[in-house]
Design a protein around this ligand. Structure first.
Ligand code: HEC
Length: 412
């Protein structure tokens, strides 16, 4: 079964790899088309119905692209659709969410200092919130609000801020930011799946049948794509945030995440304007820098005291804390890990926060992180870092393995 755990960790790595690759393909294609759209120029010899064209050179060849605003006079038999980049990003992301935050929910999703949830409740909230988020957003886009795009955008921002706060009330900071990213990315992919693609199919069918397509389809697609455009960069930030405890391990993580959505707008606004006019508004960088400074300040703003020591152990932690060999493993961790992995690390003056936000001080901390400790310092020698390994003996590592083995005996 230890082999299973190792295999499972590799499955997580493989799915993450896939997710990053598909996201690169999706965002890459999306950035490309946005830039292409804005760079199109009219030409004298363009075919009927053409709106603009662009010449590009890449990879040893020349590309000549023409855009038809509604459609060419004759629709070609073969059309390349760009949709699987988006779908595969969402599917691999959902799988990764399930692997890390559902299967690994006791460690990464639930925070007993915030909410007393059973794992299944956390999972229902996790999955349910993503579904409800899309339904709410979609209803909003279809309502009268759609007549005022700016107000619609502000309402979307308000929803994101509310979700940011809400997630941070119940989940670990890390899971909260990740879920906010997943919430947003779900809206983006659902825009492609439920709106942009079906509407495009109607337009293509109309054209093939010789009917004039309704102009409303183009308008709907435009609104949804604009939202996707402004949401892209914040989503990438939120997905990366789990590597940076400064972003998620603070009480103000929900404000940090909210401010990030504003930087998404300021940065995209620069590039959108630049591609369209050849010159971007420089003030947007000033605002972006100010927002980032505010975020950095918030990440170290004083936190409310959490009374970690006093918290009773959860059932999950209890299992590891009561297993045979816990005492030896706990002492090993105290002696070899806690100087870095503490709320206030003592390892060096330069270490101001626990690496990766992993705190290994109290019995609850150590029990909660049993699996990570087992993987990082039991079966592998990833921890402690090579230059701090002096006190860690093979016997120490065996103590960790023996403890973990006892605690998980008889479970798959
Ligand atoms: C000298 C300081 C130091 C000591 C001692 C140390 N760590 Fe770490 N630990 C780090 C750093 C730095 C990272 C972040 C590594 C990275 O960025 O990939 C880390 C990361 C981790 C992670 C998170 C890994 C991940 O990718 O999510 C775990 C779990 C961990 N350490 C466990 C331990 C255990 C168990 C011990 C003791 C056996 C230990 N560490 C001792 C500095 C230390």
């Amino acid at each position: 079964m230890y082999d299973l755990l190792v295999l499972w960790d590799w499955v997580g790595f493989a799915v993450r790899w896939l997710h990053v690759v598909t996201a690169m393909a999706w965002i890459g294609a999306s950035f490309y088309f946005i830039a292409l759209d804005l760079m199109l120029k009219p030409a004298d010899d363009m075919p009927e119905g053409a709106y603009g064209e662009e010449w590009e050179v890449h990879g040893g060849g020349f590309y000549h692209t023409t855009k038809y605003l509604v459609a060419p006079a004759r629709l070609p038999e073969h059309l390349t659709w760009h949709k699987w980049q988006s779908y595969s990003t969402w599917l691999s992301g959902a799988a990764l969410l399930a692997i890390i935050y559902w299967v690994g929910g006791e460690i990464y999703l639930l925070d007993p200092t915030k909410a007393d949830l059973a794992l299944w409740q956390g999972i229902v909230i996790s999955g349910g919130s993503l579904t409800i988020g899309w339904l709410a957003y979609d209803a909003m886009c279809k309502s009268r609000l759609s007549e005022t795009p700016t107000l619609l955008m502000l309402m979307l921002f308000a929803i994101l801020v509310a979700m940011s706060w809400g997630y941070n009330q119940i989940f670990t900071g890390r899971a909260a930011l990740l879920h906010l990213g997943a919430f947003t990315a779900t809206i983006m992919t659902a825009n492609v799946f439920f709106q942009i693609m079906p509407n495009q199919r109607i337009v293509v069918a109309d054209l093939k049948a010789g009917r004039t397509p309704d102009a409303k389809y183009g308008k709907i697609a435009k609104v949804r794509s604009t939202h996707n455009n402004y949401l892209t960069l914040p989503v990438v930030f939120l997905m990366l945030s789990n590597h940076y405890p400064l972003a998620f391990a603070t009480e103000y993580a929900w404000i940090i995440a909210s401010l990030i959505f504003l930087t998404g707008v300021t940065i995209r606004h620069y590039f959108n304007t630049m591609h369209a006019t050849g010159k971007g508004p420089h003030w947007t960088w000033g605002v972006t820098a100010l927002l980032m400074i505010l975020i950095a300040w918030l990440s170290i703003a004083p936190m409310r005291d959490t009374d970690e020591e006093a918290r009773p152990l959860t059932a999950f932690e209890q299992r590891f804390a009561s297993a045979e060999g816990f005492e030896a493993a706990y002492n090993t961790v105290l002696g070899n890990c806690s100087m870095c992995h503490a709320r206030e690390p003592s390892f060096s003056d330069h270490m101001l926060w626990p690496p990766k936000g992993v705190v290994l001080e109290t019995e609850a901390d150590v029990a909660r992180h049993a699996q990570a400790i087992f993987l990082q310092a039991g079966v592998s020698h990833a921890m402690p870092p090579p230059n701090a390994v002096a006190t860690m003996t093979d016997e120490n590592r065996r103590a960790i393995v023996a403890w973990y083995r006892d605690a998980t005996r008889g479970t798959p």
